[in-house]
Design a binder for this molecule. Structure first.
Ligand SMILES: [Zn+2]
Length: 688
């Protein structure tokens, strides 16, 4: 039968379907079995054409659909085809776009005529018919064109698979007709999913048409490895022996070895460059993942048996570093090695077929190709438990809105549940405390923030971010964080890909030394006081100007919201103007603050709360605060939380009188004398 490739089988392996052959394209003589690197966009990702030539690439694969959209066919027509355009002197095989009909099912509609796509580059509507596909491949100027096919999932039902197969056969005939007199070779694609009868019908029907080679399509799209190998062997056996056989999109070195054994000559796959981008390399000693710490100090080459430019020049330690830092050079160097590895394996296979030793090579490689690094075994042979992101009493909570926060496992309480942690910290604490404005005012002493309930560090980091953005503030800032359980910060810090605000030297310093001093801002410091806040606040290094009060709620931590707790805080603020900002707006908490001597104002809304609370020492009260007034008192008097739960009934009237007598409400004209309800209450300023 007439063929544009002059395909000649040179040798067949005994005890195997493997064969060595050669054929001639418009650009070079091709030796099989061979591997074709994938150059979707007329470039093999991160590799120079020269590198590919040196590695022994004979044919590159390019994607018609992508090149049709960009740069467009006129570019190929005017630049003299893809070889001129990308400076590649050897062969190019173009796929037909059939795979995109399969893989982009939601962006196209399919008819007998072809598939209609919406272009992803400019929204144009594009009809991909056999005639358009072949016209495009002619313009691109590939050596081997593929007929347009309809690929279905290998797990498709028989009716669906049959319909796709019949359409593929009609399109195959139209593709051949569309080639007309072009000297370019063309392959057909046999379909049939996992149904042997359909595979047989497809192989035999297409073999009757004058194609120059045949591809086994519709594999590596959902089936298992053994099913693929079975169908591959079955189909290869039905295809003409005097034409090349091409298994599309397959695969790992081991997959390729298995398919050669079953009679396939040609392969393409993105794996060598794709795994390189993620730090993976194939070597004679197994598959290496360069991100692993075992290579950090390794002066060895990637593969002692490899003579590629990467292995000749660079150590595993350097490649490990490039991988960890995601440098593109790492991707390039690892990809270069992988392409060398694939091509060398294909040459070894070919040589063994020619010398009659394929079967022993097959058994030897089969035993090692699936291995991970044989010399530095991956110890986690034990099944890995699903990665639960938890530490101590805390776990990471993923909000459906797409951000992460920390959940207290015991109570289920989530820190910043409704709004990303930094946004909430910024709005509730940084903006309400007018931090930026206050830092711009000259003062000898630093402004001091007590960050009560450090948690995962969002409030402190929001304050630091406020300090660090823009010109250095006039005033220094010292944050004093209080926390009794650092596990929440540790957990978030370890997962700082989800808590990006912690990618900063400050939390590292806090976790390591309980203190941090900025190297870039001399007057910015952070100190941690570990332990129960109410027990440690007396020994805090500095008295506060602002308090971010972000303790767990009264349900989880009742102690933090009692009148006694606020009295301790009020005492620590003696003589200072201090604003205490907190997320709650509960009547009980506000009463506790009032009872302790604070003035209490409404804060802005946050998350699902329509308002929050700002407690103020009398010196901090400004015109801008919206102090609770008569309307709140009215609500309080009707409220079930009118008195603290543990207050004896005998003290109720004294409590009520004390609240009504608070200085904040004096101007309302309801003054009455108050009695002390909390022992040790400060004199003068407040009731109690
Ligand atoms: Zn190498």
């Amino acid at each position: 039968m007439d063929s544009r490739l002059h395909f000649q089988v040179e040798a067949r392996a005994a005890g195997s379907e493997a064969r060595a052959a050669r054929f001639r394209t418009l650009h070079n003589e091709v030796l099989t079995p061979l591997f074709m690197p994938v150059g979707t966009q007329a470039t093999v990702k991160a590799q120079l054409p020269q590198t590919l030539e040196d590695a022994g690439s004979q044919i590159l694969l390019a994607n018609t659909y992508h090149l049709l959209l960009r740069p467009g066919l006129d570019v190929f027509r005017r630049m003299g085809g893809i070889h001129e355009f990308m400076s590649w002197k050897r062969s190019v095989l173009t796929d037909s776009g059939g795979y995109q009909i399969f893989s982009l099912p939601h962006s196209r509609s399919l008819t007998e005529e072809g598939a209609v796509f919406q272009s992803y580059t400019d929204g144009r509507t594009i009809l991909l018919s056999p005639e358009v596909s072949i016209g495009a491949q002619v313009a691109i100027g590939s050596d081997i064109m593929m007929a347009l096919d309809q690929c279905v999932a290998s797990t498709a039902e028989e009716g669906v698979a049959r319909a796709a197969l019949e359409l593929t056969h009609r399109w195959a005939a139209r593709s051949l007709a569309a080639r007309a007199g072009s000297p370019q070779a063309m392959f057909a694609i046999a379909q049939g999913a996992l149904f042997p009868a359909l595979r047989r019908e497809s192989a035999l029907r297409l073999a009757e048409m004058p194609f120059d080679g045949f591809a086994i399509g519709g594999l590596a799209v959902g089936e298992g490895k053994s099913e693929r190998e079975e169908i591959c062997a079955f189909t290869a056996g039905l295809l003409p022996a005097d034409k090349p056989r091409y298994l599309m999109g397959v695969g790992t070195p081991l997959d390729i070895l298995e398919a050669v054994h079953r009679g396939v000559d040609m392969f393409d796959c993105i794996i060598p460059t794709q795994v390189a981008q993620r730090g993976g390399v194939f070597t004679s000693r197994g598959y290496l993942q360069l991100r692993r710490g075992v290579y950090k100090f390794s002066g060895e080459p990637l593969d002692p048996a490899c003579g590629c430019p990467t292995c000749r020049r660079y150590s595993r330690a350097y490649l490990h570093h490039l991988t960890k830092t995601r440098e593109t050079l790492g991707w390039q160097l690892l990809g270069k090695h992988n392409i060398h590895f694939y091509h060398r394996m294909m040459r070894d296979i070919r040589a063994s077929i020619l010398s009659g030793t394929f079967l022993s090579l097959y058994h030897e490689k089969r035993a090692t190709l699936h291995e991970d690094d044989l010399d530095n075994p991956v110890l986690a042979q034990k099944p890995k438990p699903p990665k639960r992101q938890a530490l101590g009493n805390y776990e990471i909570h993923a909000a459906w809105e797409g951000f992460s926060s920390i959940r207290h496992i015991g109570s289920g309480e989530i820190m910043h549940s409704r709004t990303p942690p930094m946004e909430e910290a910024q709005s509730l604490y940084v903006e309400q405390s007018r931090l930026s404005e206050r830092l711009s005012q000259q003062a000898a002493d630093p402004l001091v923030i007590w960050d009560v309930g450090l948690g995962a560090g969002a409030n402190a980091m929001a304050a630091i971010a406020c300090y660090e953005c823009g010109a250095p503030p006039a005033r220094g800032l010292h944050i004093v964080s209080f926390e009794n359980d650092l596990d929440s910060l540790r957990l978030a810090f370890r997962n700082n890909d989800q808590f990006r605000y912690l990618r900063h030297s400050a939390p590292a310093g806090i976790l390591k030394d309980a203190a941090w001093q900025s190297k870039t801002h001399q007057k910015l410091a952070w100190t941690l006081v570990e332990g129960n806040f109410l027990e440690t606040l007396g020994s805090a290094p500095l008295a506060p100007d602002i308090i971010f009060y972000d303790m767990f709620s009264g349900k989880t931590n009742a102690e933090a919201w009692t009148p006694q707790a606020f009295l301790s805080i009020f005492s620590a603020c003696r003589g200072r103007g201090v604003e205490l900002i907190t997320y709650t707006c509960s009547t009980a908490s506000r009463l506790a603050m009032l009872a302790a001597g604070f003035h209490v104002a409404r804060g802005r809304s946050a998350g699902k709360k329509t308002e929050t609370t700002i407690a103020l020492t009398p010196l901090a009260v400004r015109a801008g605060h919206e102090l609770l007034a008569a309307d709140w008192l009215g609500k309080w008097r009707r409220s079930s939380a009118r008195f603290p739960a543990d207050l004896p009934a005998a003290d109720h009237s004294a409590w009520e009188a004390a609240i009504l007598g608070h200085g904040q409400f004096q101007h309302l004209g309801k003054a009455s004398a108050g009695g002390a309800l909390v022992s040790g209450a400060p004199q003068g300023s407040v009731l109690l």
